[in-house]
Design a protein around this ligand. Structure first.
Ligand SMILES: C[S@@+](CC[C@H](N)C(=O)[O-])C[C@H]1O[C@@H](n2cnc3c(N)ncnc32)[C@H](O)[C@@H]1O
Length: 234
């Protein structure tokens, strides 16, 4: 079941554009976006992720709010047989990922330049093999909590689009948001927290490369939590 209620009147909070792009970065966007940008529409039927890629791929993974794209590009590089779909409304971030696609010649990346909830809502049930939400904006003030991307409604949508046994990875360096994420994830019976010992969430797994935000956070002396949840088989 689609959850259009979830995105009705939705808006992206935060910046869509920062500093003006240099001519060379703009040229790379102009070259790449027509080839790798995804658009979705509420009107058409749900589109399987494979429809966005030229080649037939083993699986399709989704990253929500990829920032400048370092983590997404690293995953695309080490998994050329996986189609990576990234959602990011911030133009300068999209330009960062496009630069990496250009430098590393990544054929398995597609970009949705808008609110990830629109992308999620356009995907069929059980179509995504792994999802990443890395260092989402914590919106620390109580009156802004409703802006948090990790919410009961968005978890329901993730539960719908993730395949049985698929992993959802969420990273955060914000203790209160971490507690919020755990509480909301545990409230949804479709997910199992993948953790046998504190080491499982205190250290970043080897196949989870650091994102730009995480590196800044480490440099600032903050500790992060690396949360992994498994979509319970239906
Ligand atoms: C704190 S940054 C983290 C960026 C990146 N994941 C990292 O770890 O470096 C949060 C990102 O989420 C993006 N974002 C916020 N709301 C979003 C939404 N509704 N859909 C997709 N991306 C969103 C922001 O533009 C921003 O780039």
């Amino acid at each position: 079941m689609r959850n259009l209620e979830n995105i009705k009147g939705s808006r992206v909070y935060g910046r869509r554009q920062g500093v003006a792009l240099s001519a060379s970065r703009q040229a790379r966007l102009d070259k790449w976006l027509p080839q790798i940008e995804i658009t979705v529409s509420e009107q058409r039927p749900l589109l399987a992720p494979e429809s966005y890629f030229d080649a037939s791929l083993k699986d399709h993974w989704l990253e929500i709010g990829f920032g400048k794209g370092e983590h997404l590009a690293a995953q695309a590089n080490s998994h050329p047989d996986i189609g990576m779909i990234g959602c990011e409304p911030f133009l300068n971030g999209v330009s960062g990922l496009v630069d990496l696609v250009d430098q590393e010649n990544l054929a398995n990346v597609r970009i949705f330049m808008d609110d990830a909830r629109l992308m999620m809502d356009s995907l069929p049930d059980s179509s995504i093999g792994r999802a990443f939400i890395l260092f989402p904006d914590p919106w620390p003030k109580a009156r802004h909590h409703k802006r948090r991307i990790v919410s009961a409604g968005n978890i329901m949508v993730l539960s719908r689009i993730l395949k049985d046994g698929a992993e959802l990875r969420i990273g955060t360096d914000h203790m209160e948001y971490c507690r919020w994420i755990m509480a909301h994830m545990m409230e949804n019976p479709d997910f199992i927290w993948y953790s046998d010992s504190p080491e499982d969430w205190r250290s970043r797994p080897a196949d989870w490369s650091a994102s730009r935000y995480e590196i800044k956070s480490l440099e600032g002396g903050r500790k992060s939590s690396y949360l992994r949840f498994i979509r319970r088989p239906r």
